[in-house]
Design a protein around this ligand. Structure first.
Ligand SMILES: NC(=O)c1ccc[n+]([C@@H]2O[C@H](COP(=O)([O-])OP(=O)(O)OC[C@H]3O[C@@H](n4cnc5c(N)ncnc54)[C@H](OP(=O)(O)O)[C@@H]3O)[C@@H](O)[C@H]2O)c1
Length: 290
């Protein structure tokens, strides 16, 4: 297989495609019908800035997030955006993770998104359903062309190894986990393992849900780069090969700042300074979950 090498700002998926390493997280979107029109407008702005990767889930606003994303994508496609440019990620809840449950949940998500196909469909976190059943569901969806790839979320290394041992499990395309300057546990074993497997890591909550955006340890670096602390945190996550970050941004300014941060380059001194404030793991740590 001829696998393309990732260029700057790109992440490779195992099937060979590359995608922009910065996406937009849509947790908290679509909760209030009165805000939906404004959210659709903001998503259109995100598309104009250049965002093409969108992360949603059946859980978010009980489908409301998928609905506003679907409306914005439909409008943008009517205005000429090509479907192939987009990379839409959604997730199935663990309580729907049986083979039939996964298929039914995906059908509902597709309906809300107004799409024929989801580009990456993830198990949101691990529940009681045996992984083999969930994989069966994903395989049916692949056969029916309802999804292009499947993956998981909140899986630590032991879960990944168990997944690899299940028939079909090796097809897993990505694992979405919490990764930020203050949550570096994955660097110990999970991230190196995923890199070795050529499996993309999606970093969620890169700002610790806003907790890092005024962090004093990021202020000095921000001054040095004429940037904001949030931009430093995001650039720090994005510098890692094989990692895609999906910050949530609910206003136009943040969409712009985060896009600009993906072009910000941290030097060795910056990284050493950050290591002093946010220490790298010195051993196995429990996977951080939000
Ligand atoms: N798989 C999972 O289990 C899981 C768990 C959590 C999250 N996620 C995904 O990851 C996405 C991101 O994570 P998150 O929403 O938890 O938190 P996050 O991205 O770490 O932080 C979002 C917060 O940061 C603020 N923000 C964004 N850009 C900023 C900037 N440039 N300057 C200052 N503040 C800024 C946002 O404010 P505004 O909204 O006002 O812009 C919001 O309050 C979610 O939306 C979701 O798609 C997945």
């Amino acid at each position: 297989m001829n696998v393309q090498q990732p260029g700057p700002g790109e992440v490779s998926f195992r099937a060979g495609e590359t995608r922009c390493s910065l996406g937009l997280g849509l947790y908290g979107w679509g909760e209030d019908p009165a805000s939906a029109a404004g959210e659709v407008r903001l998503l259109r702005q995100a598309l104009e800035i250049g965002y093409r990767v969108f992360d949603t889930a059946e859980m978010y606003a009980q489908g409301g997030s998928e609905r506003v994303l679907g409306q914005a994508l439909a409008q943008a496609q009517r205005a000429g955006l090509r479907r192939e440019e987009l990379f839409v990620v959604s997730k199935v809840l663990p309580q729907h993770a049986s083979a039939a449950g996964v298929v039914a949940a995906c059908e509902r998500s597709l309906q809300r998104l107004g799409l024929d196909r989801i580009d990456l469909y993830l198990l949101h976190w691990r529940g009681a359903t045996p992984l083999a059943q969930t994989i069966q569901g994903f395989e049916q969806l692949l056969q029916r062309d309802c999804i292009r790839q499947w993956g998981v979320s909140n899986f630590d290394l032991a879960d990944m190894q168990e997944l690899m041992a299940v028939p079909g499990g090796a097809a897993c395309a990505a694992n979405q986990v919490h990764y930020s300057p203050s949550a570096r546990g994955v660097e110990w074993d999970l991230l190196p393992w995923q890199r070795q497997q050529g499996m993309a890591m999606m970093a969620y909550s890169p700002f610790d849900q806003g907790g890092l955006v005024n962090h004093p340890a990021l202020q000095e670096l921000a001054r040095r780069h004429l940037a904001t602390p949030a931009q430093i945190a995001l650039a720090w996550v994005l510098r890692q090969p094989g990692v895609m970050a999906i910050p949530k941004a609910g206003r136009a300014l943040h969409l712009q700042l985060n896009w600009a941060a993906s072009k910000l380059v941290l030097n060795a001194q910056d990284l050493a300074d950050l290591d002093r404030s946010f220490a790298a793991p010195r051993g196995k740590m429990a996977l951080s979950m939000r």
